[in-house]
Design a binder for this molecule. Structure first.
Ligand SMILES: CCCC/C=C/CC(=O)SCCNC(=O)CCNC(=O)[C@H](O)C(C)(C)COP(=O)(O)OP(=O)(O)OC[C@H]1O[C@@H](n2cnc3c(N)ncnc32)[C@H](O)[C@@H]1OP(=O)(O)O
Length: 393
């Protein structure tokens, strides 16, 4: 089962040949290895290239392009592009430089080159998690505390504040710290034009490397712990929704004590489109909050709401014009932060305690259903589709 799925992940991402954006072709210096790459290794390598998180640079892209062409079509057999057609000429030069290199050798060299790329990017990304445990925040999550307010800000604006697995862990740590610090209220917000685009869909790419069920299990545990933290958070928790919100950043809103939204914000839960199912206790809270018909419109059919619609359905507390959003909301929050902290905690607890057990049970059930979903062809295809469309190569 695991093998079949791993194979499926790899094959379904293969699309068109690489597009190189620019410049000089270099000679190849790729050593062969004793192991021969078969067609499946080659296809896996093609997929891994599409999923590289870091742009490998033009030089490397040209090498990959040339080897790909040589491995799939053999020696360069197309006319040389004109001198002003710089990009295509560089690509042609790179391919032509491989001369009569046999297809099998090109395939092997391509696989080796991709392996070297993947291992260097893995080693550079392993440095961070250990160090981050010591800190409250990181580059992608900025935590500040002043005037009785702890602010947890998603800070990945170029990715619309999509949440990586590392960020889930950091948010858990930040919430745990905020529950014990001197602040009266805690705020979650986003930096840039988005509040949050939900789960970073490349969180699933690790699954490519095998042991699929184990990896899915660890993501499920992370999700369950993450949502549990919101259920148990003891102080007033406020969402400052500065822009569009997608997926888990929407479903979690039902666990906040107030949700203030810019009129630019939208609320979108495209779970069916992604072959997934609701989380964040939304399968229980949304129908109670807005009635089953309206909840199903969001959670089953993925209807995107405007801030006004979300407010009418009880998901948002109040909507502000974007031009005055930050000033108005922070003035309000500063006033709230001066209210007696113990009274606010006790009031929150008495409301939450009525349902805490139920919410934990709902969370566990939602995660267990999702764990199955993540292994489904529907989900795998949807995620691969998103990731392969955005691949630059
Ligand atoms: C571990 C626990 C799992 C819990 C499960 C939770 C369920 C969910 O949260 S489901 C929701 C998942 N999110 C999405 O499906 C949103 C996907 N993104 C988009 O549809 C679009 O990017 C957007 C509508 C949010 C924005 O579109 P726009 O055209 O304005 O900008 P883009 O060029 O698409 O995005 C800029 C940049 O950001 C990357 N990005 C955006 N969202 C995500 C994401 N969720 N995961 C990974 N990457 C994302 C996008 O790929 C672009 O990156 P590049 O510039 O490198 O191409």
């Amino acid at each position: 089962m695991a093998l079949r799925l791993a194979k499926h992940w790899c094959l379904s991402a293969i699309r068109s040949p690489l597009q190189v954006i620019s410049f000089p072709a270099l000679q190849l210096h790729v050593s062969g290895t004793a192991m021969r790459a078969d067609q499946k290794d080659f296809e896996n390598a093609v997929t891994r290239v599409k999923l590289l998180k870091k742009d490998p640079g033009n030089e490397m892209k040209l090498k990959l392009y040339a080897l790909y062409k040589q491995a799939t079509e053999g020696p360069c057999n197309v006319p040389k592009p004109g001198v002003f057609n710089l990009i295509n000429k560089a690509k042609w030069d790179a391919w032509n430089a491989l001369g009569s290199l046999p297809k099998e050798t090109a395939r092997q060299n391509y696989v080796d080159l991709v392996s070297s790329l993947s291992s260097s990017s893995a080693s550079s990304s392993q440095v961070k998690p250990g160090a981050d445990k010591e800190q409250q925040g990181s580059e992608n999550l900025v935590v500040t505390s002043e005037n009785g307010i702890t602010k947890i800000m998603l800070n990945r604006p170029t990715k619309k504040n999509a949440i990586t697995t590392q960020m889930y862990q950091e948010i858990i740590l930040a919430l745990k710290a905020a529950s014990k610090d001197d602040s009266t209220i805690t705020v979650l917000t986003g930096n840039g034009d988005y509040y949050c685009s939900g789960n970073d869909l490349s969180n699933f790419t690790d699954v490519l490397s095998g042991e699929i069920e184990e990896k899915v299990k660890s993501i499920a545990i992370l999700l369950r712990d993450f949502v549990d933290c919101f259920i148990d958070f003891p102080k007033p928790l406020i969402a400052v929704v500065n822009g569009p919100a997608v997926g888990i950043s929407v479903t979690l809103l039902g666990l906040f004590d107030a949700v203030y939204a810019s009129d630019r914000a939208t609320f979108h839960t495209p779970f069916s489109h992604l072959g997934q199912s609701p989380e964040g206790c939304s399968s229980y809270i949304f129908p109670k909050m807005m009635g089953p018909a309206k909840a199903k419109e969001m959670l089953i059919f993925g209807k995107k709401l405007t801030a006004g619609e979300a407010c009418a359905r009880g998901l948002v507390t109040e909507v502000f014009p974007d031009s005055t959003f930050q000033t108005e909301v922070w003035t309000r929050l500063k006033a709230y932060s001066k209210l007696p902290p113990n009274a606010m905690r006790v009031s929150k607890q008495i409301i939450r305690n009525m349902e805490k057990e139920k919410l934990h049970a709902v969370n566990a059930e939602e995660v267990s259903v999702l764990q199955e979903r993540w292994l489904s062809d529907e989900c795998i295809n949807a995620v691969m589709n998103f990731l392969s469309k955005r691949a630059k190569l």
